[in-house]
Design a binder for this molecule. Structure first.
Ligand SMILES: C[S@@+](CC[C@H](N)C(=O)[O-])C[C@H]1O[C@@H](n2cnc3c(N)ncnc32)[C@H](O)[C@@H]1O
Length: 512
């Protein structure tokens, strides 16, 4: 989305001013939720869309707006100069002690707004320092761990600060943010004992309101009340009264569907067979080839004669997702294991070695730190498993939960690119059995309880690894022999978890 904005200042401050209608719609929703704030605070108020909208709806509230931009502050102060309940201040969010400030205002407090939509690495490119100073945040639990992350939204830091400052206060928060940030904030809050009695996510039409292509939402949280909830209702739109989904948090895990997790949590236990990623080489120009008669053509359009030994048929994520399981590309694979040296290729396959050395400049300039201190022309994510003849495969990029069986081609195992995940098998029958199990409703619903389809890479190794295949196989056998009810019963009994038994009896009518 950032490419859509033109000037540096706009980018630096993640500046997407909220259309007035949207700010008004949000305030109407908050009024429908029966909020009666005495003080409304907008920490990054810009040109004051929310200040204006909230004044129309919450007549008696005192409204305070803050922003880093002197230009916006001047315009907004001017706009509301005759309103005695509205005060606008120039302030840098990261230099403001929100916790102390909140103490001084009449409760209930509503913190409202639309923080900047920019990541720290985008700021890095712009040589901007619109970032918190580490020392300002050191009192916050978990912050050190957060700063270790390579890329994060600065709104994430702002929201963490606000959540820490509002914890256990008679206060509510409603903020327009990216959906991925909303999930991170909720997870942070749940992990760090920040208490809220109610929360909800209302999806926003980002394209329509901000002309930007990213999933975004209004995150609402109520910090008042003594109850801690571990679920959040998701609404498809701001005016929706009925939620479409409930996400939640259990045993340290964020759940995309609490209902599906409750149904299938007995299958959570980890796979004994390890899920693997495909081979990573970061150099498709040189390492990915197509056949040109008896020779190979690379992505630079050059044709070479190569020994067959190091060339393997390959499938990419797009092939897997589209069901094109007949390889049309080949991959030059320089190792059998990440620890292997590569110089021996010179002796075993001199043409291949010449090809590699001729293109060394492409391979040597691969930026990723994983290639440092490794053999020249090394690859990553490579081991015995990469060459297993049978694989059960899924693409991590595409929004399809579809497992495929992949075998060999031209008497060689098919290898996969690093956006695919797979389980390796020696025999076709074992691979086929597992593939069928993974495509069963039980497995699909189990995975769906963890998958957020709007994430960049919805299907991850972590999610795949959660499913206990042994339990799933047993469940499937009992279901085939004695029916679904018996199969559920057996699963729950083997889980040593009484609450599961209760769930089972109460929640399901044994329809798969
Ligand atoms: C996405 S815009 C939203 C503006 C306004 N809240 C609205 O809804 O129209 C983000 C705002 O954050 C302000 N901003 C960026 N960095 C800031 C900081 N460190 N402290 C305070 N305001 C900041 C920008 O000037 C900009 O007005």
């Amino acid at each position: 989305m950032i490419s859509l904005i033109k000037d540096k200042k706009t980018k630096e401050f993640g500046d997407f001013q909220t259309p007035r209608e949207l700010a008004f719609e949000v305030c109407l929703l908050l009024s429908r939720l029966n909020l009666k704030p005495s003080t409304i605070i907008e920490p990054t108020c810009g040109l004051g869309s929310f200040v204006g909208a909230s004044r129309k709806i919450f007549h008696s509230a005192k409204i305070l707006g803050f922003d880093i931009s002197p230009n916006y502050i001047a315009q907004t102060q001017d706009k509301f100069k005759d309103e005695e309940n509205i005060s606008i201040f120039e302030a840098n969010f990261f230099e403001t002690d929100w916790k102390e400030l909140f103490k001084t205002f009449e409760k209930p407090i509503l913190v409202l707004g639309n923080p900047p939509w920019v990541t720290n690495s985008q700021l890095g490119v712009l040589e901007s320092d619109n970032l918190p100073e580490k020392k300002n945040f050191q009192n916050f639990s978990g912050f050190d761990a957060m700063t270790g992350k390579s890329n994060f939204d600065i709104s994430e830091w702002m929201l963490i600060n606000l959540f820490e400052s509002l914890n256990r206060q008679n206060a509510q928060l409603a903020m327009l943010i990216k959906s991925s940030v909303a999930r991170k904030i909720l997870t942070y809050a749940w992990k760090n004992n920040i208490r809220f009695s109610k929360s909800a996510i209302y999806k926003i039409e980002t394209e329509k309101h901000f002309n930007a292509s990213v999933d975004s939402c209004l995150l609402f949280c109520d910090f008042s009340g003594d109850q801690q909830t571990f679920t959040t209702e998701i609404f498809a739109g701001i005016s929706d009264e009925k939620s479409s989904q409930t996400i939640g948090f259990e045993n340290g895990e964020l759940l995309a569907s609490v209902d599906l997790y409750q149904k299938w949590k007995y299958l959570n236990g980890g796979s004994k067979i390890k899920w693997r990623s495909g081979i990573k080489h970061d150099c498709s120009k040189v390492m990915e080839l197509t056949k040109d008669g008896e020779k190979y053509k690379n992505n630079l359009g050059e044709v070479f004669e190569l020994e067959d030994q190091f060339v393997f048929p390959m499938l990419k994520s797009s092939d897997i997702a589209n069901g094109n399981l007949q390889p049309r590309r080949w991959m030059l694979v320089t190792q059998k294991d990440v620890k292997d040296t590569t110089e021996k290729i010179a002796e075993i396959a001199p043409k291949t070695w010449d090809y590699l050395t001729l293109h060394a400049e492409f391979l040597d300039r691969r930026g990723s730190s994983i290639y440092k201190k490794r053999a020249r022309f090394a690859m990553f994510g490579i081991g015995d498993y990469s060459f297993a003849v049978w694989k059960v495969v899924i693409s991590g990029f595409y929004k399809k939960l579809n497992f495929n069986l992949v075998g060999s081609y031209d008497n060689k195992p098919i290898v996969l690119d690093d956006t695919c995940y797979f389980l390796p098998f020696e025999t076709e029958s074992e691979a086929k059995k597992v593939c069928d199990l993974l495509n069963s409703t039980a497995a699909q619903e189990f995975f769906k309880s963890f998958i957020f389809w709007d994430a960049k890479r919805p299907i991850t190794v972590d999610i795949l690894q959660k499913l206990d295949l042994t339990k799933l196989e047993k469940f499937s056998k009992t279901k085939a022999q004695n029916g679904l009810k018996k199969a559920f019963q057996e699963l729950s009994e083997n889980c040593n978890n009484e609450s599961i038994g209760v769930n089972l009896q109460n929640s399901f009518n044994f329809e798969e």
